[in-house]
Write a protein that binds this ligand. Structure first.
Ligand SMILES: [Fe+2]
Ligand SMILES: [Fe+2]
Length: 336
């Protein structure tokens, strides 16, 4: 990012204190993982009864569901990577580790809120007995070690477009795992995934509010950033996942998520369409010529993505059905 652009973020500090920080929840009003889990402070008998009930509830959920939920957990658990990524962004990074700038305050508190997601999913999955925790834990360690490259180039314009998109993507996928748990008679797991989804929604709101403000104060630069991220395609945060066995693990996990309808290629186009509407990109005025080209490219993109996807689906239908073994569910083989 050109150094003078850092001024934009400096000048937005009081705006961020008024319009972004209130989207955080005070710690004492936040849910905690413990509230959704068997209470270990009761007698051993009562505790084991609750664990047994949990295992009975999850018994009807298919293995495909656990692959998707493990993928979601692993994505959440690589949180150190995401905090690092946000702290690569010029003008908004946490300069000391405890900086009082509203950008840094947001990032730390956002991380602290997000940290509950992985904790809760991991403990629930552990108690269910349905997944190979050793392989899950190994995958998390590999993933944090591998990091991610979202193509945001230290540029907060790009960074906040990426996070707006990603928070909405996680809102959609946790919402869908909630729906599937409800349909399969696990109301507790449905409540867990739904509660996480509502955090993601609040975070999406914060990040897309920042981009909305950037479109107001620096429209061409913000519009170019949206086009740049869409040209690069939004990579999923866990795209480098590996369990030490399957080099195509992310692709295989994504195929299962697509098949279960938890996160699909259609969702990608829907998210873009939603953000175009949320940011009123079609009506954006005052752009330079280059900005107008970017606007045109982005606003015409959703139907193009859909058409490409239809063609890819057609091609996939002609192929033999594929399958893959997942170490997370004790090497069981699933159709992709
Ligand atoms: Fe999350
Ligand atoms: Fe999130």
């Amino acid at each position: 990012m050109p150094p003078e652009k850092a001024e934009v973020f400096k000048s937005l500090e009081s705006w961020a204190s008024h319009w972004v920080l209130p989207l955080l929840k005070p710690v004492d009003n936040c849910w905690q993982p413990n509230e959704f889990l068997p209470d270990p402070s009761q007698s051993s008998d009562d505790f084991t009864d609750e664990v047994r009930a949990l295992r009975d509830r999850t018994a009807a959920l298919p293995d495909e569901y656990f692959v998707v939920l493990v993928g979601d957990l692993i994505t959440e658990d690589a949180l150190p990577t995401y905090q690092t990524m946000i702290n690569t962004l010029d003008g908004v990074r946490d300069e000391t580790g405890a900086s009082p700038s509203p950008w840094a305050v947001w990032t730390r508190a956002w991380t602290a809120e997000e940290n509950r997601h992985g904790d809760l999913l991991r403990t629930y999955l552990y108690l269910s007995g349905r997944v190979d925790m050793l392989m899950v834990e190994r995958t998390v360690q590999y993933l944090i070690g591998a990091g991610m490259n979202p193509g945001t180039e230290n540029n907060p314009y790009l960074g906040f477009v990426y996070t707006s998109f990603q928070e909405r993507a996680t809102f959609i996928s946790h919402g869908n795992t909630a729906r599937l748990a409800k349909e399969s008679d696990d109301p507790v797991l449905a409540r867990i995934c739904g509660t996480i989804a509502s955090d993601e929604k609040r975070h999406e709101n914060a990040y897309s509010r920042i981009v909305e403000k950037l479109l107001e104060v620096d429209s061409t630069c913000a519009m170019l950033a949206i086009a740049d991220m869409m040209r690069k395609k939004i990579t999923m945060p866990a795209h480098l996942m590996y369990d030490g066995r399957d080099p195509l693990l992310f692709e295989h996990f994504s195929a299962v998520a697509q098949r279960l309808g938890v996160y699909t290629a259609e969702d990608y186009a829907d998210i873009l369409e939603f953000l175009i509407g949320r940011w009123r990109l079609e009506k954006l005025e005052g752009l330079t010529g280059e900005g107008k080209c970017a606007q045109d490219f982005v606003c015409r993109l959703p139907p193009r993505i859909r058409k490409l996807q239809e063609r890819a689906d057609e091609r996939a239908r002609m192929l033999e059905p594929r399958s893959a073994k997942f170490s997370w569910i004790f090497n069981k083989e699933l159709t992709l």
